[in-house]
Structure formats: structure tokens, C-alpha cells
Ligand binder design. Structure first.
Ligand code: ZN
Length: 140
């Protein structure tokens, strides 16, 4: 049991945002929380410690069609729940040195910036009209 400090910080943040405080139902060696699903609100979702992965895994029960049924490790849960917060989280994990190969969290450079620049290129193409052959308005 060795939760990354950044994970603990954001887990506590998530816990504070839930309508009902999560209940600890595990043991010291195998921590486990029962909580409302932050995505769909389903009762009895669980956050289960996975020792081999050094992270919590979130499981939303898929026994009802109204549930989102999300099964994801903590960083992905954060990403689905609050994308803006997730970016902040990834930045802090990178500062902590727990991103990239061998970790369950990508580098900052592997997410937002690349996507953003690609999108900007597309926007520029769409927004700049082709005026090469048109005369200018001021008569020069
Ligand atoms: Zn859910």
C-alpha cells in the first residue's frame, strides 16, 4: 500500500465533492471505499486498492441501465469526472515524477498540448478565407 501523494490529494478532493461521504469498508492491507459514483450518482460504487498497479480502481455497478458502469483506475476516473482537474493532476504527477512508462499516468506533453496545436491548425485553415485574387477595399 503506497498511494502516490498526488493521488491521495485528489482522492480527498473528490471525496469532499460527493453528496455523501464515502464509507471505508476495506482493511488496512486492502483498502476499499463504498461511495456514490461521481459520474452517474449510482449508489454502492467502489474504489478498490490494486496493489500490483499501485492505484485505486473505481467500479460503478453495471446492474442498472441508468448506471454509467465505469471501470477505471483513479486517473481515468478523474479524467471522466473533471477534465480540467485531470490536467492539473497530470501536471502534479509529472512534478512528482510518477508519469510515463511504468506509471498509470501520461506525461503532460502526451495529452493537451499536442491535441490543442492540431486543433488550432484546423481552425486556421477554416477561418482564413482565400482572398488572394480579390481586390483590396482601400483602392491601393
Ligand atoms: Zn456510474
Amino acid at each position: 500500500m503506497n498511494e502516490y501523494l498526488v493521488d491521495r490529494k485528489y482522492r480527498n478532493l473528490l471525496f469532499k465533492c460527493l453528496d455523501h461521504p464515502p464509507q471505508f469498508i476495506g482493511t488496512h492491507k486492502n483498502p476499499r471505499w463504498q461511495m456514490d459514483c461521481p459520474i452517474c450518482g449510482a449508489w454502492r460504487s467502489q474504489l478498490v486498492w490494486i496493489d500490483q498497479r499501485n492505484t485505486y480502481k473505481f467500479v460503478c455497478p453495471s446492474n442498472s441501465r441508468r448506471n454509467c458502469g465505469l471501470h477505471a483506475e483513479f486517473p481515468v476516473l478523474l479524467k471522466v469526472w473533471n477534465p480540467a482537474l485531470y490536467l492539473q493532476f497530470v501536471q502534479e504527477r509529472e512534478d512528482e515524477g510518477t508519469v510515463g512508462a511504468g506509471f498509470n499516468c501520461p506525461r503532460v506533453a502526451d495529452i493537451a498540448p499536442q491535441r490543442r496545436s492540431r486543433r488550432q491548425l484546423k481552425w486556421r485553415k477554416c477561418q482564413v478565407p482565400d482572398q488572394v485574387n480579390e481586390p483590396s477595399d482601400d483602392g491601393s
